[in-house]
Design a protein around this ligand. Structure first.
Ligand code: SF4
Length: 303
């Protein structure tokens, strides 16, 4: 299939440079995400995500354990960014997201790595936990595109996103892959320290869908669209029905939804009795039945 990534038009017109400027300007009073710390990261200040203006990367590699349409034969070109704007108590990547494991990387260096992932046959550039480094990432994409990058960009995020920032990504991101973690704000507060996850994530996912539509898969590979992840928590602490109902009724019944069953009580989860175990198979089956009952039909149980 002939594929041109979304960002090429903005690169060709030069508009991507204006977007980069607008995004870096946000760092002077950071409200890139809904935490709205309002600190000047260009002067070395850090907010909730513990990140200043220097991008930190923990790992870059072809990833073969993402959703099947992202992996294909060549793998998904994963770029794991250090730190996180959500920081869940049960995070399985806590060394990276909470403890800051990683090394500084310039936009030029990351662009070189994106081109390397393309050369070795990856099907996309998969930006894992990108939100707090959006300006640096878009600058890296622009440099790489001007040097031959033509892979789709996957924005693999927690779902706690600002619509204002997402609008600056319109026409740059090919595949949005947000988590939709909670239909239950009490759980969101307890496990991810946000009071308003459902409302914020709902608006963000609507904006993403407006930009890219449902997931388009050609010859088993995804090129464009929205791929939503929902992680099952034990004792329905994720409020799964409300999440699936919103996706089916307000986004699209053709949404590709990966209902994930891999939760394990990592990191601080053992301090919370109700999530201190994996979910049972019966809990997974109930939630999948809910999804089917709501008319959802793509992407679950996995792949
Ligand atoms: S990106 Fe970081 S500093 Fe900026 S608002 Fe979000 S948590 Fe705060």
């Amino acid at each position: 299939m002939e594929f041109t990534p979304a960002y090429m038009e903005l690169v060709n017109t030069g508009e991507i440079d204006e977007r980069i400027e607008s995004l870096f300007d946000i760092l002077t009073h950071c409200d890139l995400c809904p935490r709205e710390c309002k600190i000047n990261r260009l002067q070395g200040k850090t907010g909730y995500c513990k990140s200043d203006a220097n991008m930190m990367v923990s790992m870059i590699q072809p990833h073969f354990w993402e959703e099947t349409p992202l992996v294909g034969l060549g793998g998904s070109g994963a770029v794991f960014l250090t730190n996180c704007n959500l920081q869940c108590v049960y995070c399985q990547n806590y060394e990276t997201s909470h403890n800051g494991v990683g090394l500084p990387m310039t936009c030029e260096q990351l662009a070189d790595n994106m081109l390397y992932l393309q050369r070795i046959g990856c099907h996309n550039i998969n930006l894992v936990t990108p939100t707090h480094y959006t300006p640096q990432l878009v600058k890296s994409i622009a440099i790489a595109a001007r040097n031959g990058l033509r892979l789709p960009i996957v924005y693999n995020c927690s779902g706690y996103e600002s619509v204002k920032t997402l609008k600056l990504l319109d026409g740059i991101i090919d595949i949005y892959m947000p988590d939709f973690k909670y239909g239950n704000d009490e759980s969101a507060q307890l496990y991810s320290n946000v009071p308003d996850y459902f409302e914020v994530c709902s608006k963000a996912v609507l904006e993403m869908h407006k930009q890219v539509g449902d997931l388009v898969i050609e010859r088993d590979i995804a090129y464009h669209g929205l791929l939503i992840r929902h992680l099952i928590l034990p004792n329905d602490r994720a409020g799964s029905f409300k999440v699936l109902e919103f996706i089916a009724n307000e986004i699209s019944r053709d949404s590709y939804v990966n209902i994930m069953f891999q939760y394990r009580p990592f990191f601080h989860a053992k301090e919370f009795d109700e999530i201190n175990r994996p979910p049972y198979i019966e809990e997974r089956d109930n939630i999948q039945d809910m999804a089917i009952g709501l008319g959802l039909h793509r992407g679950f149980p996995s792949g």
